[in-house]
Design a protein around this ligand. Structure first.
Ligand SMILES: [Zn+2]
Length: 836
């Protein structure tokens, strides 16, 4: 995609000044074969300056015909996805007829053939600027229109759209006209879908998935519908506006790039959320949160939409904050905030300490390519954490009053950050703008450190943000455990005259551990005083609250990343305190970090085997602890996955082969597709399985899970030919987004460093052209899963730096590389701490 197809903020503002888009009639023909589909768009719009010129966005495979006000336009004037329109009238009708190409990267209209039964499915992802790959439009969030969609599809297909629809004749579907919505929210999902229908509070509900997943969706439909009902009830309780659309369909679709997308009335979710295999309860919690998150967008984002992408945070931070708070308050997943602390906030902290960080609410986002890069840990995790601070400061009722006033003022229209701040300021009588300047317009993480009875408040940018938080004081009980002696609220004002230190009231006698932010209310890094850190090292596992333990593990994690704590020290904490851990959130998050960053990247290669052995011991202890118990939370599942991931020698491989042959782990669980493929992948890495086993597994369960598992296994084999085949597929082939990610996950293995040495050099030579050729979604795969993160050496750092000097890198590639380079440098620094 050429850069000139990218819409700039200035162009959007000019087009908004000129146009008033009223209605769009879209007619799609999904019966034109597997390569293209037909798309006819009729747009009716006003123009404030008759005689003026503008352009319409359309990215077709073949543009057949364009008619403006009865005048046939020259289709060869199409350049880079823009077609010029001249001599506009006060009232205009534009018709665009085209063939559009199906995609296999999750962008535009994605087409997927299910290996399980050969059935085809298609779905749109119009976000962020991929709508013109499906239909012609004035593609910017502040030119909303009422859409009337009709679709011709194969007769046995079901078609789902933003509004209620019906089959009017065999294969012909008509949908009701929507309220005014932005073009990036237009959605169509079609195929021989399996559907579950229900109703709640007058709203028709639908759950849809591929036919081959029918039994799995049916098994979980009650849970999904319950979460959906709980979400609607909660939002209807706290928002004045009722749900603004006529129905609510949730479509689980294959090879989806994001978690889900908030298309009004037609949410699309990655269909890995229809579980084919056993999952931890935290994974169910994550799915519930995604459901609640997308539902929040029906108000925040869909009813009231940001004017331009610089207010993206209005969408994502709010939806993310609501997801956690509503899930914790109104569903069975009452521990959702622990998940936020353990799994989600680190994404924000990491992003906020990279060179690519940006304010939650950036002053300006110049174009759509830049906007896409802001879908990161800042907009989601930090934004949600910051809103939590705002709610703590204003009080929830006042906050909701402001938000409701904002909905009232801008319903079915667009708004800016300033509109929201004014509504919150009016509702609260507080200086919300000053708060926003400090929290939303700056970037970077504050650090709070307890020293000499005071709290030292520092930050990288020198600006200090205000914090509402608590401090917990813990003392030793008679039986050697720790108990909370006192919890005190703290209100740190932020920018202070003097040295930024605040006195901390002396704790009661016998306090052994003082923990700032122990309830994880604020967004901040914490450092303990030396005595408290000694207690944490000896007794982290004895801290009674799960959330406080999450804060301590978080502090240990970022000390490793900051080069303040040696990786070996972190592993000692894991060895001492994880075997007794009961929280699946913590078990999962800590083991993942210990394995993926500490063992694979931050330790010198010579020390990795001992680290893996230590992690294996932890997992085996957990396995013994969970024997003969029903695994309600999934703790045993985490242990099993951990044992597989840390298998290293002949004896380990023999054990895994026994499990595979028996179809079960002794004492359970039975091996389901996810576990079988994880296990086989590990055996492939170790050279203890190969093509015959992969082919047998694939034949036993023909499915997309298996195709991805096989791609990963083949790429993981310790064999130069296998590596080269994976390489060619990734960098020079046409793999779909999911098969590319699976191949990338298999490719790099620290055990195979010697075999991979040449490829770590080639990576930096072949990345840029491959990423440019395949577009932003694949660029993300190529700079994340396909990045040689394990090779945390000076040579790799220098190669990445050199690669970044290429002026022709796409925006997505550059951003991905900058972020990986930051992690690489941190890993290299941590290695240096170990002294090798
Ligand atoms: Zn969202």
């Amino acid at each position: 995609m050429s850069d000139t197809s990218i819409l700039t903020r200035t162009e959007a503002a000019e087009r908004h000044r000129l146009l008033d888009v009223r209605t769009v009639h879209l007619d799609l023909d999904l019966t034109r074969g597997r390569e293209v589909f037909g798309s006819t768009t009729v747009i009716r719009f006003g123009c404030t300056t008759p005689g003026a010129a503008t352009s319409v966005d359309v990215k077709p495979a073949a543009l057949h015909r364009v008619v403006l006000n009865g005048r046939e336009l020259d289709v060869t004037t199409l350049r880079n996805g823009r077609l010029p329109l001249t001599d506009l009238a006060a009232d205009n009708e534009l018709t665009v007829e085209a063939d559009m190409a199906y995609s296999h990267t999750g962008e535009g209209m994605h087409r997927f053939t299910d290996p399980a039964d050969g059935e085809d499915y298609v779905y749109t992802q119009s976000f962020l600027d991929d709508g013109p790959r499906v239909f012609a439009s004035f593609d910017q969030p502040d030119l909303k229109a009422r859409y009337t969609v009709s679709v011709t599809a194969p007769q046995q297909w079901t078609v789902v759209g933003n509004s209620l629809g019906r089959q009017t004749s065999p294969g012909r579907w008509e949908f009701d006209t929507t309220p005014a919505i932005s073009s990036y929210l237009l959605a169509v999902v079609a195929g021989p879908l399996h559907s579950v229908r229900a109703e709640h509070d007058g709203i028709p509900l639908g759950l849809h998935c591929r036919r081959s997943l029918a039994a799995h969706l049916d098994a979980d439909a009650a849970e999904l519908l319950e979460i959906t009902r709980q979400g609607f009830d909660h939002y209807h309780r706290v928002f004045r506006h009722r749900y603004p659309f006529d129905s609510y369909d949730q479509c689980f679709v294959p090879e989806f790039n994001a978690g889900a997308m908030e298309n009004p009335g037609c949410v699309t979710l990655r269909d890995e959320y229809v579980f084919r295999s056993a999952v931890t309860d935290t994974r169910r919690e994550e799915r519930a949160m995604v459901v609640i998150h997308e539902m929040a967008h029906m108000w925040f984002g869909d009813l009231v939409t940001m004017k331009w992408w610089d207010d993206l945070w209005l969408n994502e931070s709010f939806a993310e904050y609501m997801a956690y708070s509503v899930t914790a308050a109104s569903t069975r997943f009452t521990g959702a905030w622990t998940g936020f602390a353990a799994d989600r906030k680190p994404w924000g902290y990491d992003a906020d300490q990279r060179p690519s960080t940006h304010p939650v609410a950036p002053g300006t986002v110049e174009d759509t390519a830049q906007a896409l890069q802001n879908f990161d840990g800042i907009s989601y995790a930090k934004g949600a954490a910051v809103l939590r601070q705002l709610v703590a400061w204003l009080g929830e009722e006042t906050f909701l009053t402001g938000v409701n006033d904002y909905f009232d003022a801008h319903a079915f229209g667009n708004a800016t950050l300033d509109d929201l701040l004014r509504a919150l300021a009016a509702a609260s009588g507080r200086d919300v703008h000053a708060w926003a300047d400090r929290w939303l317009r700056t970037s970077g993480v504050d650090t709070l450190r307890v020293a000499d009875g005071r709290i030292e408040h520092t930050s990288a940018d020198g600006a200090l943000r205000p914090h509402q938080l608590t401090a917990g004081h813990y003392r030793r009980t008679a039986d050697g455990a720790l108990e909370l002696a006192d919890r005190v609220p703290l209100d740190l004002p932020g920018d202070l005259p003097g040295d930024g230190a605040v006195p901390l009231d002396p704790p009661a006698d016998g306090t052994e551990l003082t923990l700032l932010n122990d309830t994880d209310l604020s967004y901040v890094k914490i450092r303990l005083d030396p005595a408290s850190w000694r207690t944490a090292r000896s007794s982290l596992g004895a801290v009674p609250e799960e959330l406080a333990r999450a804060v301590l593990w978080g502090a240990a994690r970022d000390q490793v990343r900051d080069g303040e704590l040696a990786p070996g020290e972190y592993l000692r904490l894991v060895a001492d305190h994880l075997p007794g851990e009961t929280s699946v959130h913590l078990m999962d998050a800590v083991l993942s970090f210990a394995r993926d960053f500490v063992a694979d990247c931050a330790l010198p290669p010579a020390e990795r085997p001992a680290a893996l052995a230590e992690l294996a011991r932890v997992c085996r202890t957990l396995l013994r602890r969970t024997e003969n118990e029903p695994d309600r939370t999934g703790l045993r599942l985490v242990a099993v996955r951990g044992v597989i991931a840390t298998a290293a020698d002949e004896a380990d491989a023999a054990e895994l082969r026994d499990w595979l042959a028996a179809g079960t782990v002794p004492g359970g669980p039975e091996l389901d597709p996810d576990l079988r493929w994880q296990l086989l992948a590990r055996l492939c890495v170790l050279g203890a399985a190969g093509e015959p086993e992969i082919a047998a597994e694939l034949a036993a369960d023909p499915s997309d899970t298996s195709e991805q598992g096989a791609a990963r296994c083949r790429a993981a084999l310790p064999d130069p030919a296998a590596k080269e085949a994976a390489w060619q597929a990734l960098f020079h082939g046409e793999l779909s987004n999911y098969l590319a990610a699976a191949t990338a996950k298999g490719l790099w293995q620290p055990e195979q460093a010697e075999l991979l040495d040449e490829l770590t050099v080639r990576y930096f030579e072949e990345l840029a052209p491959a990423a440019a050729r395949r577009g932003p979604a694949l660029a993300r795969v190529l700079t994340t899963a396909a990045f040689p993160a394990f090779a945390a050496t000076e040579r790799t750092v220098r190669a990445a730096e050199a690669c970044l000097t290429d002026p022709d890198l796409t925006v997505a590639t550059r951003r991905g590389l900058v972020d990986q380079l930051d992690t690489l440098r941190r890993a290299a620094r941590a290695r240096a701490l170990t002294g090798q």
